[in-house]
Every structure is written in C-alpha cells, then in structure tokens.
Design a protein around this ligand. Structure first.
Ligand code: ADP
Length: 165
C-alpha cells in the first residue's frame, strides 16, 4: 500500500490545496493530510480542530482515501508512525522553491528512508494562498473563487466574530 503524507498549515484549506489532494489521490493508495503550525508564519486564524473539520468536509469526494491528522512535533516522526513512504507538497511559483528545498534536505538528514514529491497545481491556483484568502475576506471581499462554500462560510463567521469583540 502506497501511503503519502500531505503536510501543511491549511489555514484554511483552499482550491489550491484541493487541487494537490486530487492529484495525490490519483498517485497513492492512501493520503494522510497532516496539519501543523508553520513556525515561520504568524498566529493561525483557525484552530487545528477547525482546520481539520474544514478539510474533512471538503474532501468528502475522496473520503475512503483521505484521512486528516494533527502534527505534534517533527514531521519525520509522523511519517515513521504512519508507515508512509512519501511526503507530498505543492509547488506554486518559484517563491516556494528555496523553502521546500531546505525542508527536504533537513528531513532527509533526519530520516533518509522516504522521499518528498512535488505536484504543481492548475495554473489558475499558482498565486492562490491561504494568506491572500484571509486578506480578501478580512477586507470584506468574497472568497468563493478561492475556497469551497463550507470554508467561505467559516471565514465569514470567523471575521464577524473577530470584529465584534
Ligand atoms: P505551509 O505553511 O506548510 O507551507 P500551507 O497550508 O501554506 O502550509 O501549504 C501546504 C502545502 O500546500 C505546501 O506544499 C504549499 O506549497 C501547498 N499549497 C498551498 N497553496 C497551494 C496552491 N494554491 N497550489 C498548490 N499548492 C499549494
């Protein structure tokens, strides 16, 4: 059984992430989406539980193949614990490249037994990121071109709550 792990912050999941998930499930028997907080990024908007719920809801089409888990600690430990052989990441513009290269080499030092593979999204998602979606919705814009309806609703609720307090 070929198992892959797709790690990320998914704060929140976008059509870009879903594009990568769709490509990955065509290549692997099982895909574990793993949510962790990227220490290089600012405080997440959604809790890990909220992010997990959004991923579960929006990956219903592949529910027999996709599971969602939390990441506590090192990714290589998660890979070992799940028996996965591969890490999947999405590559957008060249801006992703250096960081991804660094991560692959660091992970390889920690555990050389698995590979990382990179999948490119459809060109319409090349410049789509969770950060831009949060910016658009935070400024009152409509997120429906970037995220599924369930996530768009959660974003609206979150920003309403954040402005009420
Ligand atoms: P991280 O903070 O770990 O980069 P993200 O949630 O931003 O977490 O991204 C998780 C993975 O999904 C990364 O490999 C990222 O490059 C990829 N990704 C994010 N948005 C897109 C997109 N629009 N198209 C393709 N891949 C994407």
């Amino acid at each position: 059984m070929k198992t892959a792990i797709y790690p990320g912050s998914f704060d929140p999941i976008t059509f870009g992430h879903l594009d990568i998930i769709e490509r990955a499930v065509a290549l692997f028997d099982r895909l574990i989406v793993v949510i962790g907080d990227n220490l290089r990024k600012t405080h997440p908007l959604f809790s890990v539980e909220e992010r997990m719920e959004m991923i579960r809801e929006t990956t219903q089409a592949w529910k027999d193949l996709v599971t969602v888990e939390k990441l506590d600690g090192l990714l290589v430990n998660k890979v070992q614990a799940t028996g996965a052989q591969t890490i999947v990441r999405g590559l957008r513009a060249a801006t992703d490249f250096d960081y991804e290269f660094e991560m692959v080499l660091a992970n390889r030092r920690l555990d050389p037994s698995f590979e990382s593979v990179f999948l490119m999204p459809n060109s319409q998602y090349i410049y789509l990121s969770s950060s831009i979606v949060k910016e658009v919705v935070g400024l009152g814009g409509d997120a429906s071109a970037f995220v599924p309806p369930f996530v768009a609703r959660k974003l609206r609720e979150k920003f309403k709550k954040n402005t009420v307090q």
